[in-house]
Design a protein around this ligand. Structure first.
Ligand SMILES: Cc1cc2nc3c(=O)[nH]c(=O)nc-3n(C[C@H](O)[C@H](O)[C@H](O)COP(=O)(O)OP(=O)(O)OC[C@H]3O[C@@H](n4cnc5c(N)ncnc54)[C@H](O)[C@@H]3O)c2cc1C
Length: 336
């Protein structure tokens, strides 16, 4: 019978690496499980920066951070985070009069009334006068977003809410913050570059070769090197499955812009359809992450930047030199 895994090594210290490290140490670490617990080591290159363009997170982030016992107020301050109660889709379709449609996608499906979801009553009896949609009619989300309010009342504690939410955050600061928590809880941190991987006779990973620390034996390793996929793709040659035929957007131009009014931070991510893709707007606490995801089949880099600047109008900073990022569209799935 094989012996249980006692050591897990993570390569990469971006948001993915530190989230996994924090999760593993908090649930399976020695502080929790005693001698039966596992050791977690995270190796990160100081030469390869992490990504941080102003990220909007999915609703599951709320529950994950709460479960990990993260101090929410502290994490939000460190990560320049703000609340996100909804996603707004603007101009993706036309209404019956041929005008661009805008709608909110909230994080819940409505409450129950007389044993039926409010969607039932809405479809049965129609909207109240003046209401434009199910969300506007039945949920507080639209009012919260329009009035740039938070999901909880003054005096409510961390993780309390009246309207479900998640976060906008700076992923780089978020990773740094989690790094501090994870190390405090027992994760060993090694600042070094992984240069190569040693395989055993079965083709399994036996050790990592680090630039300064030399051979680093591993029992179980998790590749969190981001777009590079240094272990999964470069060493284990896991096939990259391209989705470019159906997901056409393969370029992104990220920029940061100042808030129009820093006292009004909308708790909402907006995705606005443009000529060959869409522009995101992620209001962080200190500024707004925005940019354009587009398809290079239809626009040159200069055309895309012009489109974005036109969309931003007078919100576009004067002296900027936007850089286009090329994205490989698809995924790499591997068991274990
Ligand atoms: C334009 C744009 C917009 C995005 N918007 C969103 C969004 O709204 N919401 C969202 O969830 N995500 C978004 N993303 C994606 C998100 O930013 C990234 O996927 C995520 O932050 C990447 O985290 P990561 O930890 O996987 O990788 P990274 O942050 O890239 O970290 C990689 C880590 O690997 C380390 N590393 C690399 N090579 C080595 C080596 N040889 N040895 C040791 N360590 C090494 C690096 O030092 C770094 O610590 C966006 C991405 C882009 C480009």
């Amino acid at each position: 019978m094989s012996s249980p895994i006692r050591k897990i090594t993570i390569v990469g210290g971006g948001s993915a690496g530190w989230l996994i490290a924090t999760h593993l140490i908090s649930t399976l670490g020695r502080q929790q499980k005693g001698p039966e617990g596992i050791d977690v080591t995270l190796i990160e290159s100081s030469n390869v920066p992490t990504i941080g363009v102003g990220e909007a997170t999915v609703p599951g982030m709320y529950g994950l951070l709460k479960q990990l016992g993260i101090n929410e107020s502290e994490f939000m301050q460190y990560s320049n985070a703000s609340f996100k109660c909804s996603g707004r889709f603007s101009g993706w379709n036309l209404d019956s009069n041929g005008l661009p449609l805008t709608f909110l996608n909230p994080f819940n499906t409505g409450t129950f009334l007389n044993g039926f979801n409010t969607a039932y009553h809405y479809h049965r009896f129609g909207p109240r006068e003046g209401a434009t949609s199910f969300v506007d009619n039945m949920m507080p989300t639209q009012a919260v977003v329009e009035q740039a309010r938070g999901p909880r009342r003054p005096g409510d504690g961390d993780y309390d809410f009246r309207v479900p939410y998640t976060y906008h955050l700076n992923a780089r600061f978020f990773a740094e913050y989690l790094g501090g928590i994870a190390q405090f809880r027992g994760v060993e941190y090694i600042s070094d570059d992984m240069e190569d991987v040693e395989l055993d006779e079965r083709g399994y990973i036996a050790a990592l070769k680090l630039k300064k620390h030399g051979r680093h034996p591993v029992e179980f390793v998790i590749d969190c090197t981001g777009f590079k996929g240094l272990i999964l793709q470069k060493v284990l040659k896991e096939p990259f499955i391209p989705y470019g035929k159906s997901l056409l957007c393969d370029r992104a131009v990220p920029i940061m812009i100042p808030h129009k009014d820093p006292t009004r931070i909308e708790p909402c991510t907006t995705a606005t359809a443009l000529s060959a893709g869409w522009s995101w707007n992620v209001p962080l606490y200190d500024r707004v992450g925005t940019g354009y995801v587009y398809s290079s089949q239809f626009l040159t880099e200069d055309e895309a930047i012009d489109d974005l600047l036109q969309h931003l109008g007078d919100q576009a900073p004067k002296d900027i030199d936007p850089k286009v990022i090329s994205m490989k569209i698809g995924g790499c799935a591997t068991p274990g």
